[in-house]
Design a protein around this ligand. Structure first.
Ligand code: TRP
Length: 340
């Protein structure tokens, strides 16, 4: 009671990778003990790009919940809930859509990048852009404000959406009186994790990610193929650890041996294969607690469903309360504000 609200989450479109973990999930796990925490499984937002493939979205809802639970999201601390089961979010989206111009939506840097990606993908000049896609940041503003969220731990790419949500809130409060809370983004220290191939971003569609659900064999294969300093030919050639993804991950996963790894690499005393083997061991150790929890939840899907139900119920209760306030402010609280 009286604690500030955190709201954050993901689209259920595929498995979470360690980029997601270091980019935001790790921080949620820590913060859940200090804040009233809501974690949204954004199935409606996932449908903006996948409306022709509802089975994929549905399948990934429980999988995402399991990814969260195996990462240490504690269902006693956090409400994990399903977006589509909160109709108040859809109602708020409609109200907010009056408060943002189409030009502003096009200026959102994340949307902009996605628009140009779509143009390339479909080879058109923007005809493939739907109303729903362009407007998803508005719906995200509804996600945040429906729960009085004040703090939103997310990765860097979400910052423009938070900025847009804050503008909507300010405009709303200015017109209708103080009603909504302004959500603020908090970035984690590793805001963006590089891929195994050296790409600036680890992405599930980029083929350069380690998933939290990867087994030993997959981890081994992926690490063995990771990018190293390309100027190093023989195993005793000196190399530059800063040009090597294997070193990058040794650092990320806090290998206690990190100084030796660095020195031996620079002095040509460490072959890449041995270095990769060591990273696999570190990675396996890192993934161990995830795997243990995953096993439990995969063997008990009914427990996962119970957690989702309870989380969604708590979220609904909160959203109803906020919606009541909003209806009053916008003067659409007819017949005493009771639903008929
Ligand atoms: N846009 C986020 C993503 O693609 C998912 C999301 C939906 C979200 N609603 C949110 C994140 C509210 C934080 C807060 O990953």
């Amino acid at each position: 009671m009286g604690r500030k609200v955190i709201l954050t989450g993901d689209r259920p479109t595929g498995p979470l990778h360690i980029g997601h973990y270091f980019g935001s999930v790790k921080q949620r796990v820590k913060m859940q003990y200090e804040y009233d925490t809501y974690i949204i499984i954004a199935d409606i937002q996932a449908l903006t790009d996948n409306f022709q493939n509802p089975a994929k979205v549905r399948r990934n809802v429980r999988k995402l919940a399991i990814d969260y639970l195996s990462s240490g999201i504690d269902p006693k601390q956090s409400h994990i809930f399903i977006q589509s089961m909160i109709p108040e979010i859809a109602e708020l989206t409609v109200l907010y859509s009056n408060m943002v111009t189409v030009a502003r939506l096009y200026r959102n840097p994340t949307t902009k990048a996605e628009v140009s990606h779509k143009k390339n993908l479909f080879g058109d000049s923007g005809e493939s852009i739907t109303y729903g896609f362009l407007g998803y940041p508005v719906s995200q503003a509804a996600d945040l404000t429906a729960f009085d969220c004040e703090v939103c731990p997310v990765g860097e790419d979400q910052v423009p959406h938070l900025e847009q949500a804050r503008e909507i809130v300010r405009k709303f409060n200015h017109i209708y009186g103080d009603t909504l809370k302004e959500p603020k983004a908090v970035l984690s220290s590793h805001a963006r994790i590089k891929g195994l191939d050296g790409n600036e971003k680890m992405g599930k569609s980029l083929g350069n990610a380690i998933f939290l659900s990867d087994d030993t064999e997959t981890v081994t294969k992926k690490v063995m193929a990771a990018l190293t300093d390309t100027s190093k030919i023989r195993k005793d050639d000196p190399a530059d650890p800063d040009k090597c993804m294997v070193y990058y991950y040794h650092k990320l996963l806090e290998n206690k041996n990190i100084e030796t790894v660095c020195e031996e690499c620079k002095q040509g005393k460490r072959g890449c294969v041995a270095c990769k083997r060591e990273l696999i061991a570190v990675m396996e150790e890192f993934l161990k607690p995830f795997r243990e929890k995953r096993k439990y939840y995969e063997e008990n899907p009914e427990i996962v469903d119970e957690i989702l139900k309870a989380g969604t119920l708590a979220a609904r209760r909160k959203a109803k309360e906020v919606m009541k306030r909003v209806r009053k402010s916008v003067q659409i609280d007819y017949f005493g504000g009771k639903s008929i």
